[in-house]
Design a protein around this ligand. Structure first.
Ligand SMILES: Nc1ncnc2c1ncn2[C@@H]1O[C@H](COP(=O)(O)OP(=O)(O)OP(=O)(O)O)[C@@H](O)[C@H]1O
Length: 278
């Protein structure tokens, strides 16, 4: 993946998005700007509209109002599916698993937009596929059928498929779901590297607020289909905003490195026992 010069112009922009299912509006006036070389985390409770926004940015959900724009394309609806897929990719929450297809071939699906309708040659394909499999730790399973993989292995294969697509914008819907701790950390490190070293603009939905604070340059907080906070992690992830948004008490601390840590306080939270009480 080539590196590029960082720029202040958004690599992908959603403006004033109104999104609905069967006439029921679930997201209103949402705006989002993904900058090259930066990671933007979308956070918010279940049903707040994160996936719907991400799908709209990926052109998989047609807005009732508003636009999705690339730097040189004011309305991405004017692009063909392949043109758009060469510039933006989405790792969605769930995908049907093809049966009897090996990992290498599934990762190769990511090259479709580069091959065109007549399956022209794709000289960069083998290198892109090998790189995507390498950085996601899927090379060793290249010949295995994907329908035999665990949830976490499959998640890494789908991520490899997105990376093989070699786009400047990467959208990830809960990419750490199913992953054990090691791969959660490795995938988020990879996301950071893609932004830092390759100038990729990343939009990522995360439920883990500490992960969002650690990996993201910007955080966008959604509540009931509205953007209620956007900015640097320590600006958005405040105890008041999180407590109000999630409906439970959430304590927030900022450590000496400026990193935000959140702590939901529920009735299950064990009280600290003092020695005297034992
Ligand atoms: N296919 C659908 N048909 C009708 N309503 C839907 C559909 N998909 C989502 N919704 C509704 O749209 C709203 C936003 O859903 P969305 O999946 O975007 O939320 P989310 O923040 O990603 O949630 P989660 O954290 O649970 O994944 C919810 O009220 C949800 O019930």
């Amino acid at each position: 993946m080539p590196s590029t010069t960082p720029s202040d112009a958004p690599a992908l922009r959603g403006e004033d998005l109104r999104l609905a299912y069967h006439g029921t509006v679930v997201v209103e006036r949402a705006g989002l700007r993904l900058l090259p070389g930066e990671v933007t985390a979308l956070i918010g409770p279940n049903g707040s509209g994160k996936s719907t926004v991400l799908r709209a940015l990926a052109r998989l959900h047609k807005p009732e109002a508003g636009t999705v724009a690339l730097p040189d394309v004011p309305d991405t609806r004017t692009l063909s599916a392949s043109e758009f897929a060469r510039r933006v990719t989405l790792l969605s929450q769930s995908r049907p698993t093809p049966s009897g297809v090996c990992v290498r071939d599934v990762v190769g699906y990511g090259r479709h937009p580069h091959r065109g309708r007549w399956r022209q040659s794709d000289p960069d394909g083998p290198r892109a596929i090998a790189w995507a499999m390498d950085v996601t730790g899927t090379t060793a399973m290249a010949e295995r059928p994907v329908d035999e993989l665990s949830g976490g292995e499959l998640q890494r294969v789908w991520l490899a498929t997105c990376l093989a697509q070699d786009t400047r914008v990467l959208l990830l819907d809960e990419p750490t779901t199913y992953l054990d701790l090691r791969y959660q950390v490795e995938i988020l490190d990879l996301v950071r590297d893609l932004a830092d070293d390759h100038g990729v603009a990343v939009g990522v939905v995360l439920h883990d607020l500490d992960q969002a604070a650690a990996v993201a340059d910007h955080v966008v907080l959604l509540r009931r289909g509205e953007v209620v906070g956007a900015g640097l992690p320590h600006e958005v992830l405040t105890a008041d905003a999180l407590t109000e948004t999630y409906g439970i008490r959430i304590d927030v601390t900022v450590d000496e490195h400026g990193r935000v840590h959140t702590r939901p306080v529920g009735r299950h939270t064990r009280r600290t026992r003092t020695l005297a009480a034992v």
